[in-house]
Ligand binder design. Structure first.
Ligand code: GDD
Ligand code: MG
Length: 348
C-alpha cells in the first residue's frame, strides 16, 4: 500500500518553531512528526510513501535520505510554487495506480489505517474521509452525511450557522486513483474547497469513516505543547514507549545521583542531567542536551542539543534545537529560539 503525505504548507501559525524547519519536521518526543507518521503507517502495511513538499523541502530530503533503514520506500515531489492540497495530490498522480492513502502531515492521531482501508473497500467508496466529532468546527472542514454513511456535503471552515454537523475532516483520506482525473493539472487547487464539492456534485461515492480515538492537529504552539502532555499522560498511543514510573529514558542518558527527575517525563538519547538539577513533571528533553547544575526544567519541551546552564529556570517553555539558556536565565510561558525569547506567550 502507498501513501501520499501532504507536507508543503508554510506552517505560519506554528512560528517561530517553523522558522528553520517545515511543520511536519517539528519533533514529537525527540523525533520528527513526519518520521513518526511514516513509522505508524508502516505498522499498518504501508511500504511506500510519497512526500509532497514545498516550504523548506530540502530539509525533509536531507533528513530522510540517509535513513534508508526505515523500511519504507520514500519518494519526494516538490512544487516550485505551492499548488494547494488538491494541486499537490494531482502532481503526485504518476505514483498511484491502486487504492492509496493521503495524509495531512500535521496530525497526531491513533487512527487505525488498516481498518480505515478495510472500511473504504467494504463501502466500495471512491473516496473515504476519516472524521472525528468536535465541539468547535470553525477551524476545520465539516462533513455532512446520510444515514448510510455517505458524504452529502463538505464545507471547509464554515461560518457560524453554515452547517449543523459536528463531524470534521481529520485530514486522512483513502482515494481510488480514478478520481484524480477530476483535478486539473498544474493548477492551484484546494482538495477541501474545490475537489470534494466537485466530486459530490458529479455523484462520486464518498464515505465517512468515523473514529473516536486520540486526534489533534499541531497547528499552533499551544497544541504542540498539549500533544506532549497528552502523550506523557498516556492519552495517545502515537508514540510507543515503555516507562518506569512515568519516566521514559532514551539510550545513554546520564542522570547525576543528586538530580531529580519527576515523571511524567521523557529524556532523549545522550542527554546529561547535572547535580541538583530538577527535571519534570510534563517535560520532554530532546537528544544530546545538557541540563546544568541546580537548574530547573518543568512543563517544557526542549529540542535537540539544548544547553541549560547552571541555575537557569524553565517553566512552560518550548526551546528549539541548539539553544543555550544562560546561567540564571528564566524562560517562562514562552518559546526560546535561536537564542532569543519569542514574543509568543503560551497559555498556562
Ligand atoms: N505539497 C503541498 N502543497 N502541501 C500543502 C500545501 C501545498 O500547497 N498546502 C498545504 N499543504 C499541506 C500542509 O503541509 C498540511 O500537512 C496539509 O496540507 C493541510 O494544510 P494545513 O495548512 O495544515 O490546513 P488546515 O489545518 O488549515 O486544514 C486542513 O486540516 C484540517 C484538519 O487538521 C484541512 O484539510 C481541513 O479540512 C481539516 O479539517
Ligand atoms: Mg493543519
Amino acid at each position: 500500500m502507498k501513501a501520499l503525505l501532504l507536507a508543503g504548507g508554510l506552517g505560519t501559525r506554528l512560528r517561530p518553531l517553523t522558522d528553520d524547519l517545515p511543520k511536519p519536521m517539528v519533533p514529537i518526543m525527540g523525533r520528527p512528526l513526519l518520521e513518526r507518521i511514516i513509522l505508524n503507517l508502516k505498522k499498518s502495511g504501508v511500504d511506500e510513501v510519497v512526500i509532497s513538499t514545498y516550504y523548506k523541502s530540502q530539509y525533509i530530503e536531507d533528513y530522510f535520505k540517509p535513513k534508508e533503514d526505515l523500511g519504507v520506500k520514500i519518494h519526494y515531489i516538490t512544487e516550485e510554487s505551492p499548488l494547494g492540497t488538491g494541486g499537490a495530490i494531482k502532481n503526485a498522480e504518476k505514483f498511484f495506480d491502486d487504492t492509496f492513502l493521503i495524509l495531512n502531515s500535521d496530525i497526531v492521531s491513533d487512527i487505525d489505517y488498516a481498518d480505515l482501508i478495510k472500511y473504504h473497500k467494504r463501502r466500495r467508496a471512491q473516496v473515504t474521509i476519516a472524521s472525528i466529532e468536535v465541539r468547535d468546527t470553525s477551524q476545520y472542514g465539516v462533513i455532512e452525511f446520510d444515514e448510510k454513511g455517505f458524504i452529502t456535503a463538505f464545507k471547509e471552515k464554515p461560518k457560524l450557522g453554515e452547517s449543523n454537523s459536528k463531524y470534521i475532516n481529520a485530514g486522512v483520506y483513502v482515494f481510488e486513483p480514478e478520481v484524480l482525473k477530476e483535478i486539473p493539472e498544474n493548477t492551484v487547487v484546494s482538495v477541501e474547497r474545490e475537489t470534494y464539492p466537485k466530486l459530490l456534485e458529479k455523484g462520486y461515492r464518498m464515505a465517512i469513516y468515523k473514529f473516536n480515538g486520540y486526534w489533534i492537529d499541531i497547528g499552533t504552539i499551544d497544541k504542540y505543547k498539549k500533544v506532549h502532555e497528552d502523550i506523557l499522560k498516556g492519552k495517545s498511543k502515537f508514540v510507543s514507549t515503555t516507562s518506569s514510573r512515568g519516566i521514559i529514558l532514551g539510550d545513554n542518558v546520564k542522570i547525576h545521583p543528586t538530580a531529580k527527575v519527576i515523571g511524567p517525563a521523557y529524556i532523549g538519547n545522550n542527554t546529561e542531567i547535572d547535580a541538583y538539577a530538577t527535571v519534570g513533571p510534563y517535560t520532554v528533553i530532546g537528544n544530546n542536551c545538557r541540563i546544568g547544575q541546580e537548574s530547573k526544567v518543568s512543563q517544557s519541551v526542549l529540542w535537540d542539543n539544548v544547553k541549560v546552564r547552571r541555575f537557569a529556570r524553565l517553566e512552560n517553555a518550548v526551546v528549539t534545537s541548539e539553544c543555550i539558556v544562560e546561567v540564571n536565565m528564566e524562560v517562562k510561558n514562552t518559546v526560546f529560539t535561536a537564542n532569543r525569547l519569542a514574543s509568543t506567550t503560551l497559555t498556562t
